[in-house]
Design a protein around this ligand. Structure first.
Ligand code: SF4
Length: 489
C-alpha cells in the first residue's frame, strides 16, 4: 500500500505490497539503523512493524501494530534492542491475517539456538506443508505462512543450520526474500526466481540487507549488489561473507510490478532507476496510445513519473490538475445530501482553473477494481474538463497475485470482467488505453517479452504464473474459489 495515497487505496482499489524487510550486522546501533531503514520501507506495509536484535548472547524483540515511527522513535524502544545485529519487518497482512502474533520477525528457540526470520513474499504451498507438519506434531504459534519455514528448519535432519535451512527451502514454493538471524550471524536469501526484491549494502564494517535501495540510502549505506535469485548470502558475526547457490543458477523472474508501482521511485531495482523506468513506461504509452488533448495530468502520486514520460514524448504540457492534501486524517462523518465525492475532494481535489474547458489525458499506474478511476474521471468532469482520456502505465490487471501482493479475487478485477471498451464505459472515460506488455518490457530495458520464458513475473497481466500454486489448486479441487491468503490455519 502506498502510504502517500490514502484516497486511492480507500476502496482497496490498488494492489498492495505486503512487506518490507531490513537487516544489519556489525553496526554499534543496529536496532536504530533497522528502525530508520524500515521507515524508508514504510510504503511496503503499514499495519505492523517488528525488530529483533542479538547482542552476542541473547535475542531481543519488540513488535507493534502501526507505523515504524509510532513504535520505534523513542530512545527507550531502541534501548530494549541491544547488540550489533538486528533485523526488522514492516507488514501489511494478507496471509495469516492481522494480530501481534503474526508480526515479524518471527522467533523460535531451535536445538541449534535462536532463529529469527523476516519474510517478504508468500509461500504458495504453505497450507499443504502446514497440514503435514501438524500431522507430525508441530504446534504453530502464528497463522503466518512464514512459520512453516521455522518448523521445516527445526525438523530437518541435516547437521548444520545452513544445510537445514536449505533443506527447508527446497520444500517451499512461491516467493520469498528472507533475512534470518542465528547466534552465528545473518542469512539473507531470495527464492530461485527472485520474485521479491532484496539488495545488499555496506556501511563501514556493517553489512546491510533491504527490500529496496532507498533503505540503504537513508541509513547511509552503499549499494553493493542485489542478492541474486536463488542466492543465499551468509554473514558471520565477525563479518565474513559467503555466497551459496543451493538451487543452481536459474535465471530470475522478478516481479515487474515493482517497477510499475510498489517500489519507491528513488530506488534502484534490477540496476535501473524506478523513476526512469516509470517515465519510460509513460513514453511507451504515448507512442502506443496517443490522445488528441490539451493537457497531461497525473493521478497523484504514483502516476506522476509516467505522466511526465507521456508528456515529454507527446509534446503535450504536463500539469498538476489534481492536487493532493497532505493533511488527511482517517475518517470524517459524511454529510448525507449532495455529498457526492466529498470524501474524495477532501483528499484530492481537481485544479478547476487548469482543467475547465480542457481535453485532458489522465495517467494512472493501474486499474484494479475501477472504482477509483471512475471517481477521478467524474471529478475531472465536475471541474469542467471537456474530454477525459485515461491512459494506464501497465497492461490490464486480469489475474490475482499469489506472491506477496494483496489483490482482490479475480472476479473483482475490472479487467477480468470486461474488455477495454467496456472498461472505458464503466469508468466513463472518453477513451481508455493500457501500455502493452511488450511496451512495459521495453521500458524495463528488454527488446520484448520472451513468451517462451518471460524475463519477469508478469502473472497479474498474463496469467503465466512462474511457480506452482499448490494451495490454490487444492482449494479449486475442493470447489472453493477464494484466494489462499486469508488464513493458513
Ligand atoms: S503476479 Fe504481478 S504483482 Fe505478483 S509477483 Fe507477479 S508481477 Fe508481481
Amino acid at each position: 500500500m502506498n502510504i502517500t495515497d490514502p484516497f486511492l487505496d480507500r476502496d482497496g482499489d490498488k494492489l498492495r505490497e505486503e512487506c518490507g524487510i531490513f537487516g544489519v550486522l556489525g553496526a554499534r546501533d543496529a536496532a536504530a539503523m533497522a528502525a530508520l531503514g524500515l521507515h524508508a520501507l514504510q510504503h511496503r506495509g503499514q499495519e505492523a512493524v517488528g525488530i529483533t536484535s542479538f547482542d552476542g548472547q541473547e535475542f531481543y524483540s519488540r513488535r507493534g501494530i502501526g507505523h515504524v515511527a509510532a513504535n520505534f522513535s523513542s530512545g527507550q524502544a531502541i534501548a530494549e534492542l541491544p547488540g550489533m545485529m538486528a533485523a526488522g519487518h514492516v507488514r501489511y497482512s494478507t496471509t495469516g491475517g492481522s494480530g501481534l502474533r503474526n508480526v515479524q520477525p518471527l522467533f523460535a528457540d531451535l536445538a541449534s539456538g535462536g532463529f529469527a526470520i523476516a519474510h517478504n513474499g508468500n509461500i504458495s504451498n504453505a497450507m499443504f506443508l502446514k497440514r503435514d507438519l501438524v500431522q507430525k506434531g508441530a504446534i504453530f504459534q502464528s497463522t503466518s505462512d512464514t512459520e512453516v519455514i521455522i518448523h521445516l528448519v527445526a525438523t530437518s535432519r541435516y547437521p548444520t543450520l545452513l544445510d537445514r535451512f536449505v533443506d527447508a527451502l527446497r520444500l517451499v514454493e512461491g516467493a520469498y526474500s528472507l533475512i534470518c538471524m542465528t547466534p552465528e550471524g545473518m542469512i539473507a536469501c531470495r527464492d530461485p526466481l527472485g520474485i521479491r526484491p532484496l539488495v545488499m549494502g555496506k556501511l563501514g564494517d556493517a553489512v546491510v540487507f533491504a527490500s529496496e535501495t532507498v533503505a540503504l540510502d537513508v541509513v547511509g549505506a552503499e549499494l553493493l549488489r542485489e542478492v541474486e535469485p536463488g542466492e543465499l548470502v551468509q554473514v558471520s558475526l565477525d563479518g565474513a561473507i559467503s555466497s551459496h547457490r543451493p538451487f543452481g543458477n536459474e535465471a530470475g523472474r522478478p516481479c515487474i510490478f515493482e517497477h510499475v508501482y510498489f517500489s519507491r521511485p528513488d530506488s534502484i531495482m534490477g540496476g535501473r532507476s524506478v523513476y526512469q523506468v516509470r517515465k519510460a513506461i509513460g513514453a511507451e504509452l504515448a507512442i502506443e496510445a496517443p490522445a488528441d488533448a490539451d493537457l497531461v495530468i497525473p493521478v497523484p502520486d504514483s502516476g506522476v513519473p509516467a505522466a511526465l514520460g507521456y508528456a515529454q514524448q507527446s509534446g503535450l504540457p504536463f500539469e498538476l490538475g489534481i492536487i493532493r492534501s497532505h493533511y488527511v486524517g482517517r475518517t470524517f462523518i459524511q454529510p448525507s445530501d449532495g455529498a457526492r465525492n466529498l470524501d474524495v475532494k477532501r483528499k484530492h481535489n481537481a485544479n478547476r482553473a487548469l482543467v475547465e474547458g480542457k481535453r485532458i489525458v489522465l495517467i494512472d499506474d493501474s486499474i484494479v477494481r475501477g472504482t477509483t478511476s471512475l471517481k477521478i474521471v467524474q471529478m475531472m468532469r465536475d471541474a469542467g474538463a471537456s474530454e477525459v482520456h485515461m491512459r494506464i502505465a501497465s497492461p490490464p490487471t486480469e489475474h490475482s497475485c499469489f506472491y506477496g501482493v494483496d489483490t482482490p479475487e479475480r472476479s473483482k478485477l475490472l479487467a477480468a470482467r470486461m474488455d477495454v471498451e467496456a472498461m472505458a464505459k464503466f469508468i466513463q472515460a472518453d477513451s481508455l488505453a493500457f501500455v502493452s506488455i511488450d511496451g512495459l518490457y521495453r521500458a524495463v530495458g528488454e527488446a520484448q517479452r520472451n513468451a517462451a520464458r518471460p524475463q519477469y513475473c508478469d502473472a497479474c497481466f498474463s496469467g503465466d504464473y512462474p511457480t506452482r500454486l499448490t494451495d490454490l489448486a487444492e482449494r479449486e479441487d475442493q470447489g472453493q474459489l477464494a484466494l489462499p491468503v486469508e488464513k493458513v490455519a
